[in-house]
Structure formats: structure tokens, C-alpha cells
Write a protein that binds this ligand. Structure first.
Ligand code: AOS
Ligand code: ZN
Ligand code: ZN
Ligand code: ZN
Length: 424
């Protein structure tokens, strides 16, 4: 299904007066209003194909129905999200969950919905029935050369799918690790991973990037071969300019100062981008901004400051993507919430008076520095986001429209109450 533009316009019309009141109130205090609105309009966050269905835990999966049954339907769902929020103009595919049988028609469908293809993701954390060797003891780090070769070839195959779709990055997350002390020679595992990555790196087109994700634990519970940003950074440095470190917010031990990691990776030109989500305990993959929106703001504060210092374009300088899972929410609603939370944090970071902050830092005025940050953080920027959506032809209140139109019910009618999507 697709949402008619007239439905969105009608809904906006009903909310116009209230919106204008709220917008005027916050806009009055903002210096570079038009520049900020323009930046907001340009800022797009990719939707992962696997987030369009309910996620599973190892204990159970509770689908709400009407989930996309094919790659085409996944693209349609992202089209719905984008029609509402005008902030999600790309989809990130996971191979083999999303093999495009016909790249031409898939591209045409995406283009018709105003979408393109973000990074392609490989999968060596599951065994597929068609494969010869098992990844039970790892993939790129495996002690057996034949397994490593199979995993390298899979990644190259994923690059080739991506080339067809005009993706520009291979995003790689390895579950390789060990469950028990003694299971693995850590140095050997790291060296074999580097060698395998070098073979993949060689297959990258010149205008592509290799994004290397890290994660401290899960599914392995003693060691992960790319366990933290330092290990990912080391690999990316050894590989070359096209390799960078991808930060998934949930992939840190509790209390980690993620904004500091982000700031240094950016400084070194090694920040690939993000998998946004939120968490309280581990890789919880909760809705972005649902647990710790202040941390998200602090990350964006480092991003805005660091990207400006390097003369980077906020919208295109690095990869912005959600990586979330939904056990009890409607995935589309969750994604709308996540995109909104990301853009709220971004907008608040744009409001930080960087000059005043630098001055306060220079003078060791700790109180003033905190005031400057929190003044921006405590500004209700939602009317600015709504205004930028309105100008782009989206909905003032995406979630309201989604609910009023009973979109999920329509999807269930179309696809069935038992339709479940591929993913974890
Ligand atoms: C896993 O924890 C990672 O976050 C990956 O990004 C993974 O590939 C993705 O969640 C799809 O399963
Ligand atoms: Zn991730
Ligand atoms: Zn994860
Ligand atoms: Zn995660």
C-alpha cells in the first residue's frame, strides 16, 4: 500500500493552526532558522530491512501481522515511513535475507518511492542451507582456511549485489569470538580476520567503503574477535582509507563514554557511521531515545562540532542508520519514533552555541559550559522538525496519520495476520 499525498495534506491542514503557534514560539529565539530547517530537511536516516518485522528474542517472537513478505514489501514499508516523515529515503539490505532477484525492478520500485539503497550487510553469523561449511566456530577468523574462504566469497557476493543496486558500502558485523577461555588464540584470530578482510577490501570498488562494526559480547560470551572500537579501528587502519569503524550504540559495555569514542574516530577520519538504537543493559536494540536521549544529544553535539571542524556535510559525511528490534511494538511506529528521536538530538546539537561553549571551555567555566549544553538540550525542537517535514511534503505528525489511517490494519488485510518478515 501507499499513502496518498492528499491524506497527509488533509491531516496537516487540521493541525496547521496549533503547529503554527508552537513553531512561532520556538522559532522566535533561533538565529539561523532557515539554515537549520534546511539541514533538517537534508538529514536522512536509513532503515534496515530487518527492522520492518518484529524482532525475536531467544525466548519467542510475537508478530503483530502484516509484516513484509518480500524485499518489495520491505521497500514499500520504508516508502510509507518516508512519505510520512520525509527523513528516511534509503533502505539497508541484508544478504541473504534480501536477495534482489531482479535488481532493475527493485531499483525502479525504490526510485518510485523516492528511495535508494544504503549499505549492504553480509551475514556470516548464521548457517544457510546452501552453504558447505559451518560458521559454528566463526567465519573470517576461523582456523580452517576453507571456512574463511567461504566467508570471504560471501562478502564479495554481497558487494556485487550492492553494486547492482548502487549501494556504496559493505557493512560488516562478525559474531566471531569464543565462549570459553582457551578456546581461541586471540592473536591468531585477529590476524586471520585481518587477512580475510584484506581479501574483501581488495574487491571493493574505488568509491565504496567498508564499515566494520564491533561488539563486546553476544552471541559469544567470553571474547569477540572485533570486540571494541580499538580493535575495529586497528583493522580499519591496517586496511586503508576505505575502511572505517561503525558505531552501534548498543555495542558498548555499560557506562562507556560513547560520545568520546565518536569524537576521536571522527577526528581520525575513521568514523563510518552509526547503527542507532537505545539500551539499558546490553545490545537491547530498543527504540532510539527511549532510555537515554541525553547521551544521544551529547553524541550529536560531538558530531556537529567535529564535522563542522572538518568541513564535512552533516547529511552525507557518514552513514546514518537505525539498527533496532521490536518485540512488542509495531515496527513502523517504532521506526517513526526512532527517526524522530535522532532528528531531535541532531536539532538540539545544532542549537548549541559552539562559540560560547569554546570560550567557556577555554576559561574553565564548567558551570557555563553545562548551561550552554543543557539550554540546547532542554529546548523543545519538535515544532522545528514538524515544520521541516511540512516543507518537504511530509506529515506534521507522522504517527498520528499512521494511526488515523489504520495503516497496520490495511497491511494485515493485504498481507495476512500471519505474515512475518525475514530477520532475527
Ligand atoms: C548485531 O548485533 C549487529 O548489531 C549487526 O548490525 C547485525 O548485523 C544486525 O543487527 C542484523 O542482524
Ligand atoms: Zn548493528
Ligand atoms: Zn547489535
Ligand atoms: Zn544493537
Amino acid at each position: 500500500m501507499q499513502l496518498e499525498k492528499s491524506i497527509i495534506d488533509d491531516a496537516n491542514h487540521k493541525q496547521q493552526a496549533a503547529h503554527q503557534r508552537r513553531f512561532d514560539f520556538v522559532a522566535a529565539d533561533i538565529k539561523d532558522l532557515d539554515i537549520i530547517l534546511k539541514k533538517l530537511g537534508n538529514f536522512q536516516i536509513a532503515i534496515p530491512s530487518w527492522a520492518l518485522g518484529t524482532g525475536g528474542t531467544r525466548f519467542g517472537r510475537f508478530s503483530g501481522g502484516g509484516e513484509p513478505r518480500s524485499l518489495e514489501e520491505k521497500i514499500e514499508d520504508v516508502g510509507l515511513i518516508h512519505a510520512l516523515n520525509k527523513s528516511s529515503n534509503s533502505i539497508s539490505l541484508h544478504i541473504p535475507w534480501d536477495i534482489p532477484d531482479n535488481a532493475t525492478s527493485v531499483k525502479a520500485l525504490a526510485a518510485q518511492l523516492g528511495l535508494h539503497f544504503d549499505a549492504v550487510n553480509s551475514n556470516t553469523f548464521q548457517d544457510q542451507s546452501s552453504q558447505q561449511h559451518s560458521y559454528k566456530y566463526g567465519s573470517l577468523h576461523h582456523v580452517d582456511k576453507a571456512v574463511r574462504k567461504q566467508a570471504v566469497e560471501h562478502n564479495i557476493e554481497v558487494i556485487n549485489y550492492g553494486i547492482e543496486l548502487h549501494s556504496k558500502a559493505l557493512s560488516l558485523w562478525l559474531s566471531d569470538g569464543s565462549n570459553f577461555p582457551g578456546q581461541l588464540n586471540m592473536r591468531g584470530a585477529f590476524e586471520r580476520t585481518l587477512k580475510s578482510l584484506q581479501e574483501i577490501y581488495e574487491a571493493l570498488p574505488a568509491d565504496w567503503k567498508l564499515w566494520i562494526e564491533y561488539k563486546p559480547y553476544e552471541p559469544n560470551f567470553y571474547s569477540t574477535t572485533i570486540g571494541d572500537w580499538g580493535q575495529s579501528y586497528l583493522l580499519a587502519s591496517k586496511l586503508g582509507n576505505q575502511a572505517q569503524t561503525l558505531v552501534d550504540l548498543g555495542h558498548h559495555l555499560q557506562g562507556a563514554n560513547i560520545e568520546q569514542i565518536v569524537s576521536l574516530l571522527l577526528m581520525e577520519g575513521k568514523l563510518a557511521g552509526f547503527h542507532f538504537n537505545d539500551s539499558k543493559y546490553g545490545d537491547d536494540d530498543l527504540t532510539v531515545g527511549s532510555i537515554n536521549p541525553y547521551q544521544l544529544f551529547l553524541i550529536f553535539n560531538e558530531l556537529v562540532e567535529g564535522m563542522d571542524a572538518r568541513g564535512m556535510n552533516h547529511a552525507t559525511g557518514i552513514g546514518w542508520m537505525i539498527d533496532a528490534s521490536h518485540n512488542i511494538k509495531d515496527p513502523v511506529e517504532d521506526l517513526l519514533q526512532s527517526v524522530e528521536a535522532i532528528k531531535i538530538a541532531y536539532t538540539q546539537a545544532l542549537l548549541v552555541d559552539q562559540q560560547a561553549l569554546k570560550q567557556a571551555q577555554q576559561q574553565n567555566d564548567v558551570v557555563l559550559a553545562q548551561e550552554i549544553l543543557q539550554h540546547a538540550y532542554r529546548t523543545d525542537v519538535r515544532p522545528l522538525l514538524a515544520e521541516s517535514r511540512l516543507r518537504a511534503g511530509g506529515a506534521l505528525q507522522p504517527l498520528d496519520v499512521y494511526r488515523q489511517q489504520a495503516v497496520r490494519k490495511q497491511l494485515i488485510n493485504e498481507r495476512g495476520a500471519l505474515a512475518v518478515s525475514t530477520g532475527l
